[in-house]
Ligand binder design. Sequence first.
Ligand code: G3P
Length: 214
Amino acid sequence: MEFFLDTANTADIEQYKDLIAGVTTNPSLIAREGRDFKTVVKEITNLVPGPISAEVTATTAPEMIAQAHELVKLAPNVVIKIPMTVEGLKAVKQLHAENINTNVTLIFSLSQGLLAASAGATYISPFIGRLDDIGADGTKLIQELRQGLDNAKVSTKIIAASIRSVKHVEKVALAGADIATIPTAVFSKLFEHPLTEKGLAAFMQDWDNFKEKR
Ligand code: G3P
């Protein structure tokens, strides 16, 4: 499974850029930064060579397609993030015909994921945490999408999104996600384990004692 950062914060991306394969943003994450949308997306594409999702904000297919055409001018690694609506999937179909990569977002069911894949989505983004929040099972949706996409023999990749914990990352990896897009606060925790810290401290102490005796 590949690791993406789910953030529009360029300082966070700078810190981890060598360890991630891509970045996803959404209008809420962009708004949180309080900076110009296209400027932020352009900066992110300069930091990370992998896929960078930038979301359209229009509601009709022609308007979404027009926004997509503007966004792809920013850099070759821009992926157009499109909401899971009828108009959104019409836009995905057209953009697929133009060889423009898309990421269909706000996926909460198997049927939504299969429809997006059938329209030609490069990526689909099921929202794990928001499903768990309402008492549903986000990990189970990843398992179902994995099986459904494999049965359909399509190359659409699953980006597990709305990740809230290290456990979520581990569960979606085992459930068959191609990618997990992870907020920085969770990503930083993936590296940690108390036994790693304890083991390293012991190695350093033993090495210092050994050096002093020589
Ligand atoms: O980028 C979309 C998704 O990851 C949002 O997550 O935490 O707002 O449910 P969240």
